[in-house]
Design a binder for this molecule. Structure first.
Ligand code: IPE
Ligand code: IPE
Ligand code: MG
Length: 250
C-alpha cells in the first residue's frame, strides 16, 4: 500500500502534462453554491477560499509559475455590507497565513488592485506580505490575489501615471509604446496570462485583465468555484494544450 501511494504522489508531481506559465481564474459561483444548499452566501465564499488554497498549491506543485485569481472586483462593493465584510475577513485570514508560510513554501503572494479603499489593517497586512515576497527571489512561484481590481480602473490609473510622466518631461508622447502601458499595470512584472478559467457557467470577463488577456485562451466550465477540483484544473490544462495559439500569424 505504501509503495502504491508513493507512485500516485510521484505521478502527480512528475505529470507529463506541459503546463501554461501563467494561469488566471475568475473565482465565480460561490453564492450559487451556498444557495443550492440553503446556506448564506458568505458560507460559499469560505468554501471558495479553501478551493483557492487547494488549487493554488496544486498549480505550484505541477510547475505553474504564475497563478492569478480574481477575488474581489471594483464592482463588488455593490453587494450587501455583510457579504463584503465576510470577504474582507477571508482576506485577513488568508494574508495572515500567507505571511507565516510563504517563505517556507517558496510562493510569493501578491495582491493586485487599487488598495486605497481597503480597511487599514488589510493594507498593512498586504505591505508585510509584499515585503516577504520581495525577499524570495526570482525562483519563487507567484500567487496573485486581485482585490478591488478592475481592468478599466487599472488602465485608467496607467493613463494617469503616463500623463504625469509626460507632463513632467520624463516621457515623450511619441515614445509611448504598448510596453509602456503594460509596465504601468499591476501585472507589470508578469507575463500575460496564457489561460483564463471562468467557472460557474458565466461566459464573460467581468472586467478582468482586459489589457493582458488580448491573446489568452479562455476556458469556461459550469462547475461552481467551491466544487472546482484538481481534476477540473487538469481538464482545463489538457484543453489548453489541444489549442493552437496563432497570435495573428498562420
Ligand atoms: C464569488 O462568487 C466571486 C466574488 C465576487 C467574491 P459570487 O459571489 O459572484 O457567486 P455567484 O456568482 O453569486 O454564484
Ligand atoms: C467577477 O464575478 C468578480 C470575481 C469573481 C471576483 P462577479 O460575480 O462579480 O461577476 P458578474 O457580476 O456575474 O459579471
Ligand atoms: Mg458571481
Amino acid at each position: 500500500m505504501g509503495i502504491f501511494k508513493w507512485f500516485r504522489g510521484k505521478k502527480n508531481l512528475d505529470s507529463a502534462r506541459p503546463v501554461p506559465r501563467h494561469i488566471a481564474v475568475i473565482m465565480d459561483g460561490n453564492g450559487r453554491w451556498a444557495k443550492k444548499r440553503g446556506m448564506p452566501r458568505p458560507a460559499g465564499h469560505a468554501v471558495g477560499a479553501e478551493t483557492f488554497r487547494t488549487i493554488a498549491t496544486y498549480c505550484k506543485d505541477i510547475g505553474v509559475q504564475y497563478f492569478t485569481v480574481y477575488a474581489f472586483s471594483t464592482e463588488n462593493w455593490k453587494r450587501p455590507a455583510e457579504e463584503v465584510n465576510a470577504l474582507m475577513d477571508l482576506f485577513r485570514k488568508y494574508l495572515t497565513e500567507a505571511a507565516e508560510t510563504m517563505a517556507q513554501r517558496g510562493v510569493a503572494v501578491r495582491v493586485l488592485g487599487d488598495l486605497s479603499p481597503l480597511p487599514g489593517d488589510i493594507r498593512k497586512q498586504i505591505a508585510e506580505v509584499d515585503e516577504i515576497a520581495d525577499s524570495l527571489g526570482e525562483n519563487a512561484a507567484t500567487a496573485s490575489l486581485c482585490i478591488n481590481y478592475g481592468g478599466r480602473d487599472e488602465i485608467k490609473n496607467a493613463v494617469r501615471a503616463i500623463v504625469d510622466e509626460v507632463q513632467k518631461g520624463k516621457l515623450l508622447p511619441e515614445n509611448i509604446a504598448e510596453d509602456t502601458i503594460s509596465a504601468h499595470l499591476y501585472t507589470a512584472h508578469m507575463p500575460d496570462p496564457d489561460l483564463i478559467i471562468r467557472p460557474s457557467g458565466e461566459i464573460r470577463t467581468s472586467n478582468f485583465l482586459l489589457w493582458q488577456s488580448a491573446y489568452s485562451e479562455y476556458y469556461f466550465t459550469d462547475v461552481l468555484w467551491p466544487d472546482f477540483s484538481t481534476t477540473d484544473m487538469d481538464k482545463a490544462i489538457d484543453e489548453f494544450n489541444r489549442r493552437t495559439r496563432r497570435f495573428g500569424g498562420v
